[in-house]
Structures are given as structure tokens and as C-alpha cells.
Ligand binder design. Sequence first.
Ligand code: GLU
Length: 851
Amino acid sequence: MVFVPAYVNAKITGPVCQLRRFSIDGYIKKGDINIGGIFSLHIGEPVSQIPFTELNDIKLCRKVYERLLAMTFAIEEIHQNPELLPNVTLGYVIYDSCTTVAGAVEGTMKLLTGQRNIIPNYKCQNLSSAVAVIGESYSSTSVPMARLLGLYKFPQISYAATVMSLSDKNQFPSFLRTIPGDLFQSICIARLVQYFGWTWIGVLADSSDYGLQGSLKVKEELLKAGACIAFFESIPAVYSEVKNHHIRKTVQKSSANVIVIYSIDVDLYPVMEVITQNNVTGKVWVASDGWAQSYLFSKNEFLRTLQGTLGFLVRKGDISGFKEYIYSLYPYRNPDDVFLKKFWELVFDCKLPLMDNSNNVTKGLKICTGDETLDSMKLDFFKLTDLRNTYNVYNAIYAVTSALHDMISCRHGEGPFNNGTCAVMQDFLPWQILHYIKNTHFRNKNGEEVFFDMNGDPPALFSIVNWQVTSENSFRYEDVGHFDATAADSQKLTVDIPAILWNDHEQIPQSLCSESCSPGYRKIAQPGQPICCFSCIMCSQGEISNQTDSVTCVKCPKDGWPNDRQDKCIKKVTEFLSYDERLGQALTAVSIFLEIVAVVVLTVFIKCHHTPVVKANNRELSYLLLFSLMICFLCSFIFIGQPTRVTCMLRQCAFGIIFTLSISCILAKTVVVIIAFTANKPNSNLHKWTGTKLPKIVVMLCISVQIIICVSWLIVSPPFLNENITSVTGKIIIECNEGSSVAFWCMLAFLGLLAAVSLVVAFLSRKLPDSFNEAKFITFSMLVFVSLWMSFIPAYLSTQGKYMVAVEIFAIESSGAGLLLCIFAPKCYIILFRPHMNTKDHLMGKSAFNN
Ligand code: GLU
């Protein structure tokens, strides 16, 4: 095996007016088949304007050197494996892009042409210097490489470039990667924000495609999830103090506690430096993979500001034997390895004289003895227990090897190309190996499946790390969750909340534009503000909201009413005239009393049935009247208590018929008086009406008409039980609806007519010289009756619910009592207290009631 130094150190030559020439470092270890690698081992020219670093800042070498080592290690490991690519020696060609597009493109051209001097579209060897390229880290350098390599369908596998556009196979047909793309990373960031209920988010993005595309996707996903963007600032690609201070002020002033930063570390560094200098704390920084584990921020000055950061990284993987491989490195064994030389000098702080082309050892620098061993050094910066992108490099090498193995194992006639042909081992074309790489699918040493989807992306698996300060005052990146895009929707994101340490907060910090609206309130948008900024107003009467941040309030069901806090509906209070309340009890007591009085009067009348006062003016009618009054008082009980379907149907009809009976008895009595008086006159032909026939006919006739009205009412539109929920807020009035108000008023009108006729007839006959002129008392009682019912109508119509019922009961009881008092009290007085007046003579002659 031959070791050829690829090129020498970066050099800037020429006069001031000439373009500066820049050459990249490289190292070749030639084999039968070579794999190319391009790594950002230094920060190059464009970003060197950032004051914190310089061209060839050796410290940056540490950051990614292990990625390069993973490539060489994987190739060494494959050599030891007799089953993979037997009889083929794999070599490698590695360049340092210095994180510049120019460097990346130069390295790519070198890999394509196999030339030291780049001649586009020209290749002097049959087999180009490499069959595939592993690289680059950054999207900004990977994209131009992919554009160039795509022209030749030359396979490129990146281990860290995540920009979304690289998944577009029309633009980048030969690009593949072992790191999931930003489409999933952005979705994952938005999901995490949503998971913690943060709705007021600040977004910072670097000005590269990586930052812009990723942050726009995050923004889109956040807006879709109902969150709002408090601010969106882009980090300048070229250092700008003014812009950096503007970003710092925006972050400081904003009420957003959560700030998503989609950027690579080197671009973010100057902004974060300004933020840190201004003691910004208490924020939750959500870091994209570009800076989520960057050593640049593990300096003391960042600890206070950045502790608690939640970062997104590709899942980690173990590379067994890698640590031992690193400890076995020895520069004198590979004198042409320019990268190892620099690394050695950095680690041991010495100069390797043999390898310095000029052989000039800088004064004051000690010379490396060659006895140094890495074993004795603490190579913490390699983070060998936390290999992520390094593990991706390892998998990428295996993917190329596996594809080469498949290609070599191809049997003629069974090949994937035209007519079953296979690629010719000594002279295969880039698109042929690309075909095999795209279709490779294998399990690595850890048992993990490695393959690419149709966009050249691996399955999306991310780790969520929490930046926690260690006792040595540096950051530990604690795994606190993961995102698996292939899992079921509810299991995609897993977060171990107790494991998270927040910045300045014990609990999960909040990031809201407005405090949430508690139940009982609803959100009301503020004009000109994002939807997350709102005020809360109480639900209007009869409405509730039972969740925080309700957008609307809902009406309670018909039988419900909001509680005081208006966060739930409670059953409305039912209202009816019940026996449990005073009013009901008073009316009941009055009814019972009047009932007793009526019973007593009836008893007295029955006992004294032979006495002239009872006999006078048709005894049977008096009994019937008393009986009807008794029923009438009992009738009040149908009105008190919870109405039912039956009581509703009975109420008005029973009242109507009973009162018709009473009034018709009174009318009959009056008619009897008139007939009796008129029949006594000579030449009267009314004799035949003096018996008991006429009163019976009057009563029967009247009651029949009322019965007909009531029966028709019950048949056509009977009264029914009604739960009235509208008339009184918060109450359900259980009431009887008349069904047909026409029938109700007909029934009342007929009753009124009878009463009016009785009144008129009694009034006309009040002065008749009867022995016991009952007509006068009937007139009086009818006056009471009519005036009571006249006043009942407006009172009835102006009340509601139980009071309406009470008014009716009152009218029934008082009018009944009026009849009882006016008609029977004088008679009872004579019967009980003036028995001497209860004689026929007295009644005939000098009656006390005679005019
Ligand atoms: N994912 C980043 C990008 O695409 C780079 C991450 C890194 O190299 O650390 O630019």
C-alpha cells in the first residue's frame, strides 16, 4: 500500500490585486477502490470574520476529527472482515473543506478527476480517485457538492447535512444521507413545543438554506398547531454588531420564554455571545442539530444563559473498538497523514519535526519525542460515549462497502442493468454504484438496519438532549426524550419530563402571550394581534365554558342552568305551588276550613230539614248548592302540589263544572222565587212550574252545557303538563297548559254568563215580597261572586307559574266562601241562634228579613 500526500497546507499567495489562492489539505491512502471523504476540519475564510476564530484555528480540528477517524476506522475494520469485499483493498481520499464552499467544491473536483490540478469533466484514470464521497457536514457545503456530483450521478453520502431541499431527487439525484432530513426535525421541534403547551415562540434562524428552510417549516408546523410566532429574526451570515444587538434586544424584550434557534453553531456564536453578555436568563432555548451539542458553547460564559436548553440530535450509536483504534494512532506510522500530524501537535502541544516540510521548528515550541501515547490523554472532546454524526460516518462507509459488495457479487445475466448485465469491476460507472447504494439494506454490527428511502434519507429518529451543567462547569447533554417518525402518532414523541433541568424554573416554564382563560370565560381576540394574544370575557347569561381557553361558550341544555362560576350546567330548580311552602299551606288551610264550614252548614241543614227556614225556597237546591260548594273547596286540592297529566286535565274542567253546578243552583233558586211569587198572583199560568221540576231542569240544562264545553275541550285540545323553561331564568316552572285557551275562556264565559244572569234575575226579584226573601241575599252573593271573578281575570293574566295557580285557588275559595256566607249565614243564624224566628208564622208574618 502506498501513502501519497494529497496536498499541503492552506496557503494564501500573490499580490494584493490578485485573487487569493486557497488550497485544501488532503490525505490519500490508496487501495483497489477508494472512498472519498470531505470533512470540515477547520473553519475557513468566510466565517473567519467572526472574531472568535481564525483561519486554521487548530481547536476546531477537535470538533470533527473523530468523524474522519470513524471513516478510517470503518475502512480498517472492513479490511479485517473476510466476508466483506474479499480480495479488494479499500482506500480513502480525504480532504478538509475548511467549512468553505470553495474548499468543498475543490475537494469534490479532485475526487471527480483524480487530479492534483483540477480539470473539469476530465478524468485521466479509468477508475476515478474515489467511487463515492462521504460528506459534507454542513448543508451549506453539501449542497454545492451535491449539485456538482449530481451532474455525474456520482454517489454522495452526507453524515450531517440535514437541509430539506437535499431530499429533492430532481435537484440532487446522487445525494444520500445517514442523518434524517430537517422535514422531520422541524416537525419534531414543533411537536415538542406543542407537548409543553408553549404557544408564544420566538424563532432565530441562520441565513443559510439550513436555517431558513428548517425555521420556516418549524413556523408552519407551529402555526398549524395553533401556536404563534412572537418574533422571527435571521442571524446574519456576515458578522454584524448592529444586527446582533438588535436580535439580543428582541429576545430580551419579548415575553416569549421559548426560543427556537435553527442555526449552525459558528453562525450563532456571535449572537449568543451578545445575549450572554447581557445576562439573559430564564429562557428555554430549543436547539436544532446544527448547535445542539456544539463544544463552542461549553465555555463558562454560556453556562448561565444556555443551561436547560433542549436540543435535537440524531440518535447515538456505539462503535465498538473505536476508542482502542484512536488510542493506537501514531503519527510516525503514517507520516503522510497531515490531519493526524496536526491533531498530535495540538494534543501534545509540540511540533513534529519530521513532518514539517520546511523542517523549521518554531522557536519556543517543544519537539514531539514520538514516545507520546494518546492513552495518557483525556480525550474528552471526542465524546466517545456519545457518538452521533460520527456513527453516521461509520454507517455511510458500510453502506458504500455493502453496495460494492453487492455489485461485485452480481452474477452475469441476473444483474440490475440492461438485459441483466452487471457493472464491470475495473471500469464501473458512478450511476452503477449509485444504484447499488440506493438499494442497499443491511444490519450493522449493532443490529440496526441501514437503508435509504426513495429520497435517499434514513428513518427519522431523533434524540432530545437537555443541557445540564456538570460539577466541572461544562455542559452534559442528557438524553431526555426521543422522536421516532415511524412510530404510531401517539408514540412518536417521548419525553422524560422529570429528567429535564430548566433554566431558572423549578417547573415547566410557560410561554404564553396571554394568560389562559379559566372555565366560565371565553377568549376574545385582540385586534391586530396574533390569535395567541387575547383577553378573557365571562360567558353571557345562560352559557358556560367548561375548559380553559374556550373560544366559545355553550348554552346549557333546556333543563339546565349555569352554576355561579359558569363552568358547568346544573339542573334548573323546578317550581310549582307545593304543600311544602307557606302559600300552599295557607291555601290548603283555608280550603280545609271552608270545607268544614260547608260540612257543618250542610249538617245543620240536614238536621233541621223540617224547619221552615230550611224548607223555604227549595230545600233540595240548598243541599245541592252546599254539596257543590263542598266539592268546590275540595277542588282546590287539585291545584296545589306538583301538577301531573291527570290533574292538569281535571283542574279547569272540575272547577268549571262544579262552579256551574253552584251557580245553576243559585239561578234555579232565584227562578223558583220568581215563579213562586208570580204563580201566587191571580190569573197566572205559572202554577205548573211551582214544583221541583223547574229547578232540576235549570240545573240540568246549565250543567249539561258546561259538560259539553269541557268534554269537547278534553277531546279536541286537552290541557297538558308543561315544563316552562323560558319565562323565569334558572327555573323550570311545572305548570298546566290549558291546551286550548279558547275552550278555557268559553268555560269561564259560560260561568260568567250564568253568574250574570243569576245576578240580574236576583236583582230584579230582590224586592219581591217573599216570606223569606232569599233573592236579596242571592243578589248580594252574586255581586260578590261576579266582582271577585272580574278582578280575577287581570290578576290571573298578569301572574305566572305558581302565583297564577294561587290566584285561581284564591278566587275559587273566596267566591265559594262568598256564596256560603251570603246565602247560608243568615239562615244558619236563625236556625242556630234565633230558633223563635224559625217558625212558619214568623216567616210568613213579620220576618226579620222582610222588607
Ligand atoms: N445539520 C447541520 C447542517 O445541515 C450541520 C450539523 C453539524 O455538522 O453539526 O448544516
